[in-house]
Design a protein. Structure first.
Length: 134
């Protein structure tokens, strides 16, 4: 008999949509953790101001208020001293002396692996996207 291979075809758009939905879900989890830490500790840090950060605040618009109020403190090496929501972005070298948890915002594993290497002696950095197989 013949084997039908048409079932093996997949729609590229569906794959991309599924991937984007997964990314949105992960950013939503990060947003929930940030809100939780603000409620528990009053402040939280976010490290890495790039595309994933902008997606995070566009999908979870209440975070903008937390940034403008200073509840979410932003860190980025390249964008240090620039402003978002009238708050100055701090250099990532300030993270070790920040007395609160700091979460990585990039999703790309390669970027986070570099950030983990930089911050391996910093007690307060959390990579909530980390999977053991990275």
């Amino acid at each position: 008999g013949q084997i039908c291979i048409s079932t093996l075809k997949f729609n590229t758009a569906d794959v991309i949509c599924h991937y984007q939905a997964q990314c949105r879900a992960l950013r939503s989890q990060l947003a929930n953790v940030l809100r939780e830490k603000i409620n528990q500790q009053g402040k939280v840090g976010l490290w890495g101001i790039g595309a994933d950060f902008y997606n995070l605040i566009n999908e979870n618009t209440d975070l903008n208020k937390h940034i403008s109020q200073g509840d979410i403190v932003l860190f980025d090496y390249i964008l240090k001293d620039k402003e978002i929501q009238s708050q100055r972005i701090l250099c990532s070298s300030n993270i070790p002396t920040f007395n609160y948890n700091v979460f990585m915002s990039p999703m790309l594993a390669e970027t986070r692996i570099k950030m983990r290497a930089i911050s391996r002696d910093w007690h307060n950095v959390i990579d909530c996207y980390f999977k053991e197989n990275e």
